[in-house]
Write a protein that binds this ligand. Structure first.
Ligand code: MN
Length: 500
């Protein structure tokens, strides 16, 4: 039984489709109730969204169904919705058109699309490389909970206080919480804020090894709290304050909390008071106002000496160690940092006739190319999975390397740029062993995912799977030629022989 309603919101009339649809089955929470929540929270949530691009997270069939992240405004977005175009790094592709939530009608229109969660960027449209705050995301392992996150958050707060920095906490509405350090100044850009957050997380792990981990790939989270510093990036978003969440069976709100409340919850060992249902959230903001207001107004600067110390270490040591750059034409890593406008990162698939023919799949992540050897190449058929063995990080310069690695050198043999293009990370995180991405290559287009499997000896296999839909296999001719030069493996090899 479907019905549609017309809702007048300010000067707009918005068609609400299927308002009785249950989006949270456990509590029978309907789309109409979601819309009602966003209308009532609007005066509090809108100031935190204005001027910021957002990533949409839509659940058309409720929280049990499939969801998707959308950066680009849907093609049916009405003209009156404000959007902002952000150039991708790959200038040959169209800009990303992000939705801006500037007013109540936009908020209602999005709620009608079952956009349950709202994920704003840390920057505003005027300065895409300048975050207005730093965020620490406290993410508990299986054996930990929000109270452990609170303990870790107090440690971070103590350190920040030593540096003269104020910070503000909100519960995530899921299992963890986030701490924001407002900046609202012209100084720090993302590399500095991320470097700072990483340094803080690492220091916390050093000081509180029983409680905190700062890196997922090397440590088992278990009963510890992962301080995710990587959200401080121009292509990542964190769930916004006052957003509903779709992580648990019930709708909970990502709600600002006072440090006293966190302390009380820790003292009484009760996590319950840190979860807020929509009605409780509304009642609370009426009583307490917007506890997150200072995140928009407090001006703070990161200490200068910390900025220079906060440089990410190179992960290319192994790449360098394995190669003699006097003998191979493969690129030596350089120090140059590239600009990171927009959200598209690059990828390459190199067909590599070494001792065994395989495909090297590389994704640009954190200044390097994370790499996997995929013996059979990427699958086309939906839900087909293939083995992907992780290999050492490669420098960004490797993206367009095509040629012959001399015999006797590491990986000796012919390398073809089989496909190259950009990708968008839709969900996941390398350190957590899960990446869901959309590839826009010259040959491959669509969604795949990489999942890290269990430890096997001293190595961990990953699995590369095709998801969402199948892709039509490419032609034999295309299959056999370079995406960069059109050459076959034989042509690349003989050209390499002549050059040597
Ligand atoms: Mn290889």
């Amino acid at each position: 039984m479907k019905r549609t309603d017309e809702l007048t919101v300010g000067r707009r009339s918005i068609t609400i489709s299927n308002p009785d649809k249950v989006l949270y089955p456990a509590t029978h929470f309907t789309k109409a109730q979601v819309i009602d929540y966003y209308i009532r929270i609007a005066p509090f949530i809108l100031p935190h969204l204005r001027g910021r691009p957002v990533t949409l997270k839509r659940f058309p069939n409720g929280i049990g169904g499939e969801f998707f992240y959308e950066k680009d405004a849907p093609h049916f977005t009405p003209e009156w919705i404000r959007t902002v175009s952000v150039p991708r790094r790959d200038r040959s592709r169209a800009d990303i058109r992000y939705v801006l939530i500037e007013d109540l009608p936009t908020l209602v229109w999005l709620a009608n699309l079952a956009n349950l969660e709202i994920h704003p960027f840390l920057h505003k449209t005027r300065h895409l490389d300048r975050p207005t705050s730093i965020v620490f995301d406290f993410d508990p392992g299986h054996g930990a909970d929000i109270l452990d996150c609170a303990r870790a958050a107090f440690h971070v707060r103590g350190l920040l206080a030593e540096l003269g920095l104020r910070c503000f906490a909100k519960v995530s509405g899921s299992k963890g919480l986030q701490v924001y350090v407002p900046l609202n100044t012209t100084g720090a850009l993302y590399p500095a804020t991320q470097g700072f957050a990483k340094a803080v997380a690492e220091l916390m792990q050093e000081r509180h090894p029983d409680l905190v981990v700062s890196k997922m790939s090397k440590a088992i989270r278990g009963d510890k709290v992962f301080i995710d510093w990587s959200q401080n990036s121009d292509f990542k978003t964190t769930v916004g304050v006052y957003s509903l969440r779709a992580k648990l069976a019930q709708p909970f709100v990502s709600m600002p909390v006072e440090w006293d409340e966190l302390q009380q919850a820790m003292d009484s060992r009760k996590a319950g008071p840190l979860y807020f249902k929509p009605d409780e959230a509304i009642e609370r903001v009426k009583r307490l106002g917007d506890l997150f207001k200072p995140v928009l107004s407090v001006h703070q600067k990161l200490p200068d000496q910390l900025l220079s110390a906060a440089r990410a270490p190179s992960s290319l040591t192994e790449y360098r160690r394995k190669r003699d750059f006097r003998k191979t034409k493969e690129p030596a890593p350089s120090q140059v940092r590239r600009s990171r406008q927009g959200s598209a990162r690059r990828f390459v698939i190199q067909k590599h006739a070494a001792s065994h023919l395989h495909y090297d799949f590389r994704l640009e992540i954190d200044e390097t190319l994370k790499s996997w050897a995929v013996p059979k190449g990427l699958p086309y058929k939906q839900s087909e999975k293939r083995l992907a063995m992780p290999t050492e990080d490669h420098p960004l310069e490797y993206l367009d390397f095509e040629g012959v690695i001399p015999k006797g050198q590491y990986g000796g043999g012919t390398v073809m740029v089989w496909d190259i293009g950009t990708y968008e990370l839709m969900e996941g995180d390398y350190d957590r062993g899960y990446l869901h991405f959309y590839l826009s290559g010259r040959k491959l287009k669509g969604e795949w995912q990489l999942i890290r499997g269990r430890q096997q000896g001293n190595r961990r296999r990953w699995f590369l799977g095709k998801i969402t839909t199948s892709m039509r296999p490419i032609s034999k001719k295309k299959e056999n030629e370079s995406a960069l030069s059109g050459r076959t493996m034989d042509e690349i090899r003989s050209a390499g022989m002549r050059a040597a």
